[in-house]
Write a protein that binds this ligand. Sequence first.
Ligand code: UDP
Length: 234
Amino acid sequence: MYKRVLLKISGEALAAGRGFGIDAVFIHKVAEEIADAHALGCQIGIVVGGGNFFRGVAQQAIDMDRVAADHMGMLSTVINAIALQDAIEKRGIMCRVMSAIEMHQVAEPYIRRRAMRHLEKGRIVIFAAGTGNPFFSTDTAASLRAMEIKADILLKATSVDGIYSADPKKDPDATRFEQVTYNDIMRLGLGVMDTTAVSLCKDNNMPMMVFSMREQGNIVRVISGEKLGSLVTA
Ligand code: UDP
């Protein structure tokens, strides 16, 4: 079993098929699974995305400056983080939101040593506002925080059960990889995460498991060390 993990949950996943916003039933299911994994004794850091509210790249559609749009994107991750914190705390587990953009009334500022202390005390930490910088993604934030907190592994929970040679929703011949390297991802142009996040993990030897969180229980199974989905290594 992993001792400390960084779990990345995309914003889109929290919309659970609705396309926008937060699905109340689904977020409680996710919180339940996180609580179960926490009960096993695993220290859990979480990075949530914000794509269910706003993505910076959508700025062209509304004629916005990219930096302003990315600020909106990062703020949308804070909304998700607060919702997830609330759902986790309803299960009697202490959970802190640490934001990369300071907003004292809402969340703690991200201070790495304090984050480590929370984890050691068994508190779940949700890292909000991505890296705090425009032009980055929450996948990059997840890679960065995984390294900073010295996680054993980065767990990327998605709607697909691993990494495929092509988009399995469009190509019936797409095959799933059991294990790949970060070099394979770059060489084959596999759309797992952006290249900044990939190179950060590769250069710092951070393994990653890409798995589906659609099936109930998968988060616990992965944290227990079960090999679900696709494993990515340096
Ligand atoms: N974002 C950013 N810097 C970061 C992380 C995120 O500017 O370090 C912005 C960016 O606009 C992005 C949005 O926040 O589109 C939401 O994050 P992301 O698209 O990664 O969310 P997900 O796809 O995981 O839901």
